[in-house]
Every structure is written in structure tokens, then in C-alpha cells.
Design a protein around this ligand. Structure first.
Ligand SMILES: *Cc1c(COP(=O)(O)O)cnc(C)c1O
Length: 375
């Protein structure tokens, strides 16, 4: 899909108007920003927006200059948090092309999130066109250094101006993009995690499986507690028994048993309280390819501790789009403190991370049909 300098781009349903930024960042300024972009503070020259109303359906799709959105103070999302998002990355491939990793999976997951949040589904085709248009237009913003990527953030929120409590009749879907340096620039650092005794993330029947802003808002105090305790991330336990590992604030969790060819991965099941991570699903697929066993089952924090202390448990790791696959070195909590695999990264974690990164960056053949090539 490509669009001229200005004009319209057609997809199956919607026409995207293209309004190039008349004052794009000068190349030398952009190059300076891309030297050390960090994460989530620098944005490209454009964004894509699509509006929705109950009467018109999806309309006014456009690629336009990145910039502020003006909202009434009575905009529904600001009051009742009907706001959802996605996250995925674009990469340079060694042959000079650009790739996206499993964007269809993000499009489908956003639809499931929409269902849970009483929001209209954006068709998959429109989601993919929006992402593609933005990445192709702002391709110069994809960092070229080792491990760099363009983080893409699609999101959607309620724009009806009304303080009554009900699903909004109007929405704005938007995609922005932010260059990101390698998460592993300083080498792979195992993270220390903090098991929250006081706070939970998601209860049965709640929004744990939806990628909605509210889940993050409610996790922040627990994340702050983890940082206060000197840890990097918080681990949430199940809300009913406060016994089973659910996930981190924004990453899924795995534990590794066995070694060599005899490896078993254990991860909590998708039973409604954890987010169905695309990285999680990719790890499960790679495990199958490597001939490893996989157990999706409840995993008690007691079992985690006992097996780490006995040495039966070899490795644990967290996974998600931003941090890919990151080893967990130590687990702490109010009356909990144990080290996993001597606090260093193990071979299973490393193999999964390197394989995923190689596929994402186009360095090895993608036998799973995960990589989506752009023009
Ligand atoms: C986004 C997210 C993940 C990771 O999902 P990926 O698709 O792998 O990036 C895990 N947990 C939560 C709570 C999330 O919001």
C-alpha cells in the first residue's frame, strides 16, 4: 500500500486522506534524535486518525501531521476511561525492507478488547492500513542501529461529550509511532520482580484480558511499591486466592523446567484474568517447534519458590513486545526472597529471545508467517 505525496488511499472500506506534514523534522535533527531514542518520548512526523459515530460508522480516515488533539473537558474517555490500546514494532530488515511482527494479531486482539469495553470493532483491514500508512510515511524514523525498532501505538477512546454513564456513541482511533533503541543495548540484565501482597490486577469477570488503559492505572501503585522495594517490575497474583502467579503489570510470565532437549515451559492459562500476549503465543509456538513441552496451568507462588530453591526450576522469564524475552533473576515480596538460576540468564530464555529477535529483524527465515513486509 503506498500513497502519493498527497491524495487519497483506498482500502476495502475506507478512503484514507493523506495530509503530509508541511514542516517535517529536518533530517539532521531527526538523525540526532535517533542516536539514543530511549523509549516512548520521541514521536514521528505523522499520525493516523479515524473517527467513529453510531450514525456514520467509521469515517474521516486520514494520515496527518502528528500533533495535539483538542477535546472538550466533558469528553467521555476523560471521565469513565473507555480507552484501549495496542503495541507493536516495525523493523528494518537486512535487505533494506521494513517488516512488522504479527500486526494481524494486534488487529484481532484490539477487536476483542473493543468487545469487552463496549466499543465498536475497527475492521482488521482498516487497522492494518492505518499502521502501514504511518510506517511507510515515517520510515526514516525507524532506527538503523542494532536492535532498534519503531514502536507503534494504536489506541482508541470515547469522544462523546456527555457525562452520563453509558458506552460512548463516538470514538477516535489513532496510531502514533515512536523510535525505540535496543532494549538490550547494555547487555541482557535479568530483572528483579516484586510479588504484590496487597494489590491485584484483574479479577474473574473483570478486564484482565483486555488491553485497556484502566488496567494500567490500577497497576501503578503496585509498580511504585516494587520500585520502592528496589525491584524492576511487579508480579500480580490471582485475585481470588492470592496464590497463583498471573502476570507482570505489562508482561506475561514463564518458568522453565529441565534442560537440553528435555525442557518444559510452564505459564498461566488464558482464563480471563491475564492479557493474551502475542509474544507469549509466539513463545509457545517456538517451544513446539523446538520439541519442548508446554504446560498452561495455574502456577502457585509457593511452587515457584520451592522449585527455585531446590534447583528443579532452572529459569523464569517475562515476555512482551517492548522487552521481548527478559530473564527474571530474583523474586521478592513481603516475606519472600529467592533467586532463580543463580540470578543469571539461562540457555532456554536466551534461545527464545535470540530466535524471536532474529525472526523480527528478518535475520532468519520466518517459517510461521509472522513477518509482514511493507513496501
Ligand atoms: C500488552 C501486554 C502484554 C504483552 O503482550 P504482547 O502482545 O506480547 O506485547 C502482557 N501483559 C499485559 C498486561 C499487557 O498489557
Amino acid at each position: 500500500m503506498s500513497a502519493g505525496a498527497t491524495g487519497k488511499t483506498n482500502t476495502a472500506g475506507l478512503e484514507f486522506e493523506v495530509r503530509p506534514n508541511p514542516r517535517p523534522t529536518p533530517p539532521d535533527e531527526r538523525a540526532a534524535l535517533l542516536v539514543n531514542p530511549g523509549f516512548g518520548r520521541i514521536f514521528t512526523d505523522h499520525m493516523v486518525t479515524i473517527r467513529y459515530s453510531d450514525t456514520k460508522g467509521w469515517y474521516d480516515a486520514r494520515l496527518e501531521p502528528y500533533g495535539p488533539i483538542s477535546l472538550s473537558p466533558a469528553t467521555a474517555a476523560l471521565h469513565y476511561a473507555q480507552e484501549i490500546f495496542e503495541g507493536l514494532k516495525a523493523y528494518h530488515s537486512p535487505d533494506g525492507g521494513i517488516t512488522l511482527f504479527r500486526p494481524e494479531a494486534n488487529a484481532r486482539r484490539m477487536q476483542l478488547t473493543c468487545d469487552r469495553m463496549a466499543m465498536p470493532r475497527l475492521p482488521e483491514e482498516e487497522f492494518l492500513t492505518a499502521v502501514r500508512l504511518l510506517v511507510e510515511r515515517d520510515r526514516e524514523w525507524i532506527p538503523t542501529q542494532e536492535g532498534g525498532s519503531l514502536y507503534i501505538r494504536p489506541f482508541m477512546f470515547a469522544t462523546e461529550v456527555f457525562l452520563g454513564v453509558k458506552p460512548s456513541s463516538e470514538y477516535l482511533f489513532c496510531v502514533i509511532a515512536s523510535p525505540a533503541g535496543s532494549y538490550f543495548a547494555g547487555g541482557v540484565q535479568p530483572v528483579d520482580v516484586w510479588v504484590s501482597a496487597e494489590y491485584t490486577r484483574a479479577a474473574p469477570g473483570g478486564t484482565g484480558a483486555a488491553k485497556c488503559a484502566g488496567n494500567y492505572a490500577s497497576s501503578l501503585v503496585a509498580q511504585a511499591e516494587a520500585i520502592e522495594a528496589g525491584c524492576d517490575q511487579v508480579v500480580f497474583l490471582d485475585a481470588v486466592e492470592r496464590r497463583y502467579v498471573d502476570e507482570l503489570g505489562g508482561m506475561n510470565v514463564f518458568s522453565v523446567y529441565g534442560d537440553g532437549d528435555d525442557v518444559t515451559l510452564v505459564t498461566p492459562p488464558l482464563a480471563g484474568t491475564i492479557l493474551p500476549g502475542i509474544t507469549r503465543e509466539s513463545v509457545l509456538a517456538l517451544a513446539g517447534q523446538f520439541g519442548w513441552r508446554v504446560e498452561e496451568r495455574q502456577y502457585a507462588v509457593d511452587e515457584w519458590q520451592a522449585d527455585a530453591e531446590s534447583g528443579l526450576l532452572r529459569e523464569s522469564f517475562a515476555c512482551g513486545t517492548a522487552a521481548v524475552v527478559t530473564p527474571i533473576g530474583r523474586v521478592r515480596g513481603a516475606d519472600l526472597d529467592f533467586t532463580i538460576g543463580g540470578g543469571a540468564e539461562g540457555p532456554v530464555t536466551r534461545r527464545l529471545r535470540e530466535t524471536l529477535l532474529d525472526i523480527q529483524h528478518g535475520r532468519v527465515e520466518d517459517t510461521h508467517g509472522w513477518v509482514h513486509r511493507l513496501a
